[in-house]
Design a protein around this ligand. Sequence first.
Ligand code: GLP
Length: 245
Amino acid sequence: MKITIVKDYAAASETAGKLMSDFVKANPSCNLCLPTGSTPEGPFEVLVRNAKAENISFANVKGFNMDEYAGLGRDDPNGYYYFVKQRIYDHLNIPPENTDAPEADAADLQAACDAYTKRVAAAGGFDFTLLGIGTDGHIAFNMPADVFHLNTHLEDLSEETIEANARFFDDPDQVPKQAITSGVGMLFSSKVIVLVACGKSKAKIMAEWLNNPVMDPHLPASILHLHPNCTVIMDEEAASEVTVK
Ligand code: GLP
């Protein structure tokens, strides 16, 4: 695992965004696994800016949301597909049929999970995954648990996560209590992983993870210790308690 510490969020966004745009330039038919939250906003802006400046084509790129709130459809402004569409798809020449996400508004959520696992596998899996991290160490919506779930599945969100994500909703009671997420196995199978963590609120979990060379499903990101091509980008605040640098 490569650890990169930069000054602030702007620098982390530049670094992660460039890794993404360079990857698409070198791999024009790649499958991107895309996150949401505050963290990817900057990297996504840099990706779009670089793609336009360098004429990088997304005509053969496939975009996959890594997760989605249960019950929310693709047009829901609080939904994760909508988030990625607004920030990436609307600005680049990626064909809409090349974009995918779990069908979280389906009547049968288990069937929607299984179908997503199959669609991602049929496409050849993820090539490049951009990750954020929750304050409890979750990646995508894989909450701390006794096991690592490999495939797409339904998760009950922890109170901590519901509270942390309430800032995106007009009414905190609107935050869904469940989400569909790509399993840790699907994320780990990505050829390249870039995880970005910024700000003081991430300092504790980054230290808990990176200072301890163990793999523990109660800290889902810890599986990335073993990944052959994973870069962790932190700003100075997030890295402030990390001793292994
Ligand atoms: C949500 C998302 C995660 C994201 C996390 C942290 O739980 N499902 O993918 O990493 O929020 O978000 P933020 O970047 O806003 O701190």
